[in-house]
Design a protein around this ligand. Sequence first.
Ligand code: SPD
Length: 428
Amino acid sequence: MSNALGNHILVEFMGCDPHIMNDVSSIERDMVDAALKAGATVINSTFHHFSPYGVSGVVVIQESHLAIHTWPEYGYAAVDLFTCGEMDAWISFDYLKECFGAKNYSALEMKRGAVQLLTRNDFDISSMRQKAAEWTNPEMYTRNVWFTDKDDNQALSLRYTGEVFFDVQSPFQRVRILESPKYGKMLTLDDMFMTTEKDEFHYHEMISHPAMFTHGAAKNILVIGGGDGGTVREVLKHEGVEKVTMVEIDGAVIDACKEFLPSIAASFDHPKLELIVGDGIAHAKEAAPESYDIIIVDGSDPVGPAEGLFSVEFYRNCYNALKPGGILVAQGESPKFNEHAFTELNVTLQHIFGKENAPVSLFFVPTYPTGMWSFQYGLKDAKHPKTVNDMTSIDAFVAEKGLKYYNSDIHTATFALPNFVKSLLNGK
Ligand code: SPD
């Protein structure tokens, strides 16, 4: 590969199963899997079924593309595997041969872009960034690449410019900063949206201020996770706060956000903040009993490094680390996207804090699948957030700080639950 830019394998698959050759869903899945098995990074795929027979489709990968056209009536597929870099397209070839049940096949391999015939011109990355900025103008914006956050049955996609500001596989997860025309720059972890410039305030105001105003005199706060910095930025707006300890496991998230999302990562240099890059689960276990007024768990979904943030042991440790009158707030998942994680977390919090002491708040966030998301609370002999009645000071704070989501009406409304959510929480 060293003397060529790319490798192109033109494949003939013959004697294939005609039903498979006409099944657009399974062909798309097989083509995407073929790319993944060869170590490619899949950017997007688009597939089409022709009536009455035939499928055409392309999987766009960071290493180039895989394309197919099928003739089910002949049990035949024409496949192009075009890759660059170190990816071995023969792995995709072997995989597809099995998937399609090809009895015969042939393949022609061509090296593309002979380096000795080309002249390299390196150009300034800043001019590309300038171009990317122009692409956010919808009239000039023509690229069709999408980031999708999904489970097996449901998804949310945002179009992005194709510009990748940060892409690091940390020891914990893939950390990326991409840019979308609608929501600005966004932080993604593995294949999930975490936050975007344009709607981050929904999440960060709502994870912070209802708990802060319910407590009323919080001085010592622990934030677990929250590597983008939005939560500590909001908490530090409360002047009575004396110290915020933030424990984020993944330093790559902090680095990415400091560089590319400075409006969110705005308070990492605040004198009241102690920023620890380390394990928040261990920190909660080792914390002195009754040391925090508020603990905020700004974690990701219960896969990968955030899995332990949904365990009984972790919340028992948080309970012990809270002062009497203390409040725990946790990223609570969605009653529409991941009902199981949502209800299980509430069962855990009820178990530890008591049935009446695990209220749930709902809020709207456009960039999480379904848009309906929750924060879940654990009250350690604290008053219920709904009983807070100092609405004047909430509104004065909202006006002074220029908040865009939270206000005194929202403070109460966020704890009002639709009937189907109440039923979910009651195990019905
Ligand atoms: N599916 C997204 C779950 C939310 C994760 N936390 C977002 C971090 C924002 N600070």
